[in-house]
Design a protein around this ligand. Structure first.
Ligand code: KG4
Ligand code: ZN
Length: 357
């Protein structure tokens, strides 16, 4: 079975061809960093326009890369939620047009399910197959739009529940906002990751609200405010911008605070659920320190960590095609009335906002 996947929920225009076993035959990502960088964040309207300009080319390249034509695929899977609605509309309309024209089934996929199951993608068929987690597993999904810990009992949307999520900013959003504050450009995660390597994480011991509480809920906006206050107070005191040595120490300290909370809560979730397999996914799972911390904490506790390659963590259409293939196998396809939504279908337990619970 071969499925063509299309992903346009945020600022990457993606198309991929994947088979029913999760083997990635092609994986195309056309980024929009240059479009959004001058604004220091994603401008939804500009994202939609770029998707419109690039989606056809992404699909063409994905099919050519897999050495197949549209007639050879068994279905077209597309992200239809959650995400920027205008951006999602572009991918969904293209998927509908292709499915209609080629008389293929259409499968709408929830982006978060894609991230949580991306660990099963097989990218290097040359080596012996990489070990995959068993079910149930506990998965951390940390991206620019979402941050939560999930229990995954089977590879289907209706077998996934949230155990706790952020009450405010997503972890990736915090990386992007702190990078903007330090004038490091967009997207912030990869830059902070790089600069943090030469910084001293002990110089600014930032505390994260709810960082050590028993709950699996999280909060990152207070941490971002603390970094902002530090930068403001320093400028008022010394009358100049933060110097490079301080920037790297701020990056290291901020990153240590975020990744520490994510790794601790993830491991706590696994222990609470009595589950040994632990998975990470989403753009922030590309972070060097988070990957190392999760691996080390799992090793210490006899848990098994599954850390996917970076291309499977950041947005891609291979994960969408894979979920589409699993759905198709179960006979679950979408109709022409498939719509987009900014919200996930996965059950949420974390309420947004502060205050006592
Ligand atoms: O999953 P993703 O590609 O798109 C969304 O669904 O949001 O995640 C993008 C987010 C951005 O906030 C980006 O700054 C962050 O992931 N990110 C990272 C790293 N690479 C990407 N954050 C920390 N360290 C990284 N290496
Ligand atoms: Zn994503």
């Amino acid at each position: 079975m071969l499925v063509l996947g299309i992903e346009s929920s945020c600022d990457d225009t993606c198309a991929a061809v994947v088979d029913g076993a999760g083997v990635v035959r092609s994986d195309v990502v056309i980024g929009q960093a240059a479009t959004h960088a001058p604004w220091g964040g994603i401008v939804p309207e500009l994202a939609s326009r770029d998707h419109l300009a690039n989606a056809g080319r992404a699909v063409e390249r994905a099919l050519a890369g897999a050495g197949v034509g549209l007639a050879d695929v068994d279905a077209i899977a597309v992200t239809h939620r959650p995400g920027l609605v205008g951006a999602l509309l572009v991918g969904v309309q293209i998927a509908k047009g292709l499915a209609w024209g080629a008389t293929k089934p259409l499968v709408g996929v929830d982006h978060l399910v894609g991230h949580l199951l991306a660990v099963f993608l097989v990218r290097d068929t040359g080596s012996s197959s990489a070990p995959a987690p068993g079910f149930p597993f506990v998965g951390l999904l940390a991206s620019g739009g979402h941050t939560g810990i999930y229990r995954v009992d089977a590879p289907r949307a209706d077998a996934i529940v949230e155990l706790g999520g952020t009450r405010d900013d997503a972890a990736g959003e915090a990386f992007d906002k702190v990078a903007k504050l330090l004038r490091l450009g967009y997207p912030g995660g990869p830059v902070i990751d790089r600069l943090a390597r030469s910084g001293d994480a002990r110089r600014f011991p930032f505390e994260v609200p709810m960082g050590d509480t028993a709950t699996l809920e999280m909060s990152f906006s207070g941490l971002k405010t603390r970094v902002a206050r530090h930068v403001r107070e320093r400028a008022a005191r010394l009358g100049d911008d933060v110097g490079q040595d301080e920037v790297v120490d701020l990056c290291a300290s901020f990153q240590a605070a975020v990744t520490g909370v994510l790794a601790r809560k993830l491991v706590r979730a696994a222990e609470r659920e009595g589950v040994v397999d632990v998975v990470i996914g989403g753009g922030v799972a590309a972070n060097t320190e988070l990957r190392a911390r999760v691996q080390a904490m799992c090793d210490e506790r006899g848990l098994r960590a599954f850390v996917p390659p970076i291309v499977s963590c950041t947005d891609n259409a291979a994960m969408i095609a894979y979920v589409g293939a699993l759905d198709l196998e179960r006979g679950r396809t979408s109709g022409w009335d498939l719509v987009t939504s900014s919200a996930t279908l996965l059950p949420r337990i974390t309420r947004k906002g502060g205050g006592r619970r």
